[in-house]
Design a protein around this ligand. Structure first.
Ligand SMILES: [Zn+2]
Length: 276
């Protein structure tokens, strides 16, 4: 596959800088990953001590006054969806060493790429040994924590593996306080020397999210986490000298994303016709 996608010029050559701003709206209740005890108390106060337990077991991650997803969690989601789509199209992308099962990578995947010959995924998302060209910000709720958490805690019988992530105690009955539907989050993706293909791949994930297929955070199998994404603007900066070259918004943004997505679709087709 390495010969099929448009190569990134390399970090030694700074050709362009990009900022993709986006918003995410919760379609279902959402539980951003785990939280410390202090946050549990804080949320318990917000909802008004409705549970029989001292504090709820699963509450959103909070920074300052906002509910957040870490940039790493968002990046992992994009990486997973794009990797699995490319694999399904017949492209060979790698599995990071830290994620690979002991018996080797799953069918259709290769071992982590050598730094000098990265696959599409390593090029843009990086690996332990290689810097990626994309950087994901925290995804932050627009409103305050008090305005976004569900006021009625949800009791749930937990599977042990779900629950083990939140506590070392072994209770099977857990109290969940998610972020409510309709909550808006904003964030951005920064990039160095981006190609149309990778911007198109991001747009592809956005399209899937519109139909409810992209889920964030915990308890996905329980119907939590679906978020609708929308790219709100793209800024492209030239670098010699550094200045804003173009800001895509509205109709121009729509057209630009459409052309990037066409490049990405073209990449998907290239390999599937070659290997099948
Ligand atoms: Zn790779």
């Amino acid at each position: 596959m390495s010969s099929l996608f448009k190569k990134m010029p390399g970090f030694h050559r700074l050709e362009s800088l990009w900022k993709l701003s986006y918003r995410a709206i919760a379609i279902e209740p959402v539980l951003t990953r785990s939280a410390d005890e202090e946050t549990k108390y804080r949320i318990d106060e917000i909802i008004g001590r409705k549970t029989e337990k001292t504090t709820p077991d699963m509450v959103p991650l909070v920074f300052g006054d906002r509910v957040v997803f870490t940039g790493n969690a968002v990046k992992g989601l994009f990486r997973h969806v794009i990797s699995s789509q490319l694999t399904s199209a017949g492209h060979t992308v790698c599995v990071q060493d830290v994620k690979a099962p002991k018996k080797g990578p799953p069918e259709g995947r290769q071992q982590q790429c050598k730094p000098e010959n990265p696959c599409f995924i390593c090029t843009w998302f990086g690996t332990g040994s290689r810097q990626g060209a994309l950087h994901f910000s925290f995804l932050e709720s627009v409103k305050n924590i008090g305005d976004v958490v569900a006021r009625d805690p949800i009791p749930m019988i937990a599977m042990m593996d779900e629950f083990m992530a939140t506590s070392v105690e072994k209770r099977a009955f857990v109290i969940v306080v998610p972020v409510k539907e309709g909550t808006e989050f904003t964030g951005w993706i920064k990039g160095v020397n981006l190609s149309g293909e990778i911007i198109g791949a991001v747009k592809e994930v956005v399209d899937m999210s519109e139909k409810g297929f992209i889920q964030f955070g915990g308890l996905k199998t329980r119907g939590y986490g679906s978020m609708r994404l929308e790219i709100t603007s793209i800024e492209k900066y030239s670098t010699t000298p550094f200045k804003l070259e173009k800001e895509y918004k509205g109709e121009e943004l729509r057209k630009f994303l459409e052309s990037c997505q066409a490049e990405y679709h073209n990449l998907l087709t290239k390999t599937s016709s070659k290997t099948s």
